[in-house]
Write a protein that binds this ligand. Sequence first.
Ligand code: MG
Length: 305
Amino acid sequence: MLTEAFDVRDERFSSLVLGNVHLEKLATGCRWAEGPAYFPAGRYLIWSDIPNNRLMRYDETDGSVSVFQQPANNQNGHTVDREGRLVSCEHQGRCVSRIEHDGRRTVLASHYEGKRLNSPNDVVVKSDGSLWFTDPTYGIDSEYEGDAAPSEIGASNVYRLDPQTGQLATVATDFVKPNGLAFSPDEHLLYIADTGATHVKDGPRHIRRFTVTGDRLSGGEVFATCDVGLFDGLRVDVAGNIWTSAGDGVHCYAPDGALIGKIKVPEVVANVCFGGPKRNRLFICATTSLYAVYLRVQGALRPGT
Ligand code: MG
């Protein structure tokens, strides 16, 4: 029997979830939980509490929760790269940074054509090591989640950072507020959320789907439109289903764009990531709290997913 945590909209969703499984609340006390990233070797999850300017850590071995870093440059989204290093989007730092194996912090991208980035929001790594990230203005719009400042670039773009050359290139420039992003398992597709409705009346509250060819994107049609709140962070499972944050929980979309089910969460969800030793546990950052739920399906096999 499925518990009340699951709202099945299409029978395909039933094969992705488990009976007798409940939504677990693992931690609370945040102001805006975001940016989860799971480290398999250590069996812990870090996530951002952006307004409190700290990173939190959930230790899966004993369930303990602690402050991982504070202050934390108002970090937002994270991923774990192919070498197991933490890659961070920093609002206050207005950059994408990486923690090296010896603990030092390296700024990977802070400017585009000589102008400061706005406030990188979310980042994903491709199998060639390139980093793809979004750069809306949420971290410079006010003093709440970073330092207020005008946008030097004057646009909210999506970027690709070449790891070899350090070159930063735009891959999409027609977003209002690009936000979460994730590749399909074969990396032929890239899904990118636009939360532009926060700034533009009747603005975007959708996910767009792009075709990836090398370091370029094409297409970009609307893949799904959010029916409650906004899509923020998202992840993809091994079968190509999209698990995305929304106002009433986590929404699951089949690769054909059908909303096949929801995980009901009692707080607004900002981001998710797969974790656990088997990648079958979905961690959910939802406003003040961290939740988790076990699924029948696994996250796509890529660090940080
Ligand atoms: Mg986000």
